[in-house]
Design a protein around this ligand. Structure first.
Ligand code: 5GP
Length: 191
């Protein structure tokens, strides 16, 4: 998505070889116009997938996902990051490791918000090692529903997440694919 790539080049900040900060338009400040364009791009890619619900992970996935859900006319669910296990039987939970923060959390979905008939689109802001997206997919599949696609706003293609998701058979659409980062350097995969 050209507008997204241009915005990353203009306002993104490559801290080092692995971390890209996009605080001014996606992770802290949020640009609603760009979020709406992201929603359009995901709709174009996923509209024929028969999706019934869109899932995201709190909190940075929420802005692009709500725009996608609005444009596709679908309900949205935010998966929560809990610090400890809930032993009530009313939720699905799976442990996810965050390499950027070096912590584990319990990705949590209430059983109320999914059924076996659901075809789920998972959207997240970044794809790095694939831990968050694979955790979300585990919850969907534990509920007996189907993962019908994974939408990523910014993929760091030099990290293993994309390959892990594809090897698991998921249909992945990334709107910007970063091939290299370094202090002050951001390069994209040529497509
Ligand atoms: P993964 O689970 O694929 O390793 O990482 C994805 C999650 O980590 C995303 O939800 C995102 O919040 C965070 N993340 C990973 N890499 C970056 C990065 O370079 N910049 C930012 N802002 N977040 C990242």
């Amino acid at each position: 998505m050209e507008a997204l790539k241009q915005r990353i080049l203009k306002d993104g900040n490559a801290l080092n070889k692995s971390v890209l900060k996009v605080d001014s338009f996606l992770n802290h400040g949020v640009d609603p116009v760009l979020m709406s364009e992201i929603g359009t791009a995901f709709k174009e890619y996923f509209q024929k997938h028969g999706i019934t619900k869109i899932f995201t992970i709190e909190s940075s996935g929420i802005a692009p996902t709500v725009m996608t859900a609005l444009q596709m006319g679908l309900p949205m669910v935010t998966l929560k990051k809990q610090t400890s296990k809930i032993l009530s039987g009313e939720v699905y939970q799976t442990t996810v490791h965050s390499f950027t923060k070096d912590i584990n959390y319990e990705l949590t979905l209430s059983k109320k918000y999914i059924s076996k008939e659901d075809k789920i689109l998972i959207i997240d802001d970044f794809l790095a090692y694939g831990e968050a997206a694979l955790g979300a997919a585990r919850l969907v599949e534990e509920a007996g529903a189907e993962v019908s696609g994974i939408g990523i706003v910014i993929e760091k293609s030099f990290q293993p997440g994309r390959k892990l998701l594809e090897d698991s058979g998921y249909d992945v659409c990334s709107l910007a694919r970063v091939s290299r980062l370094d202090e002050g350097i951001i390069e994209f995969v040529e497509e």
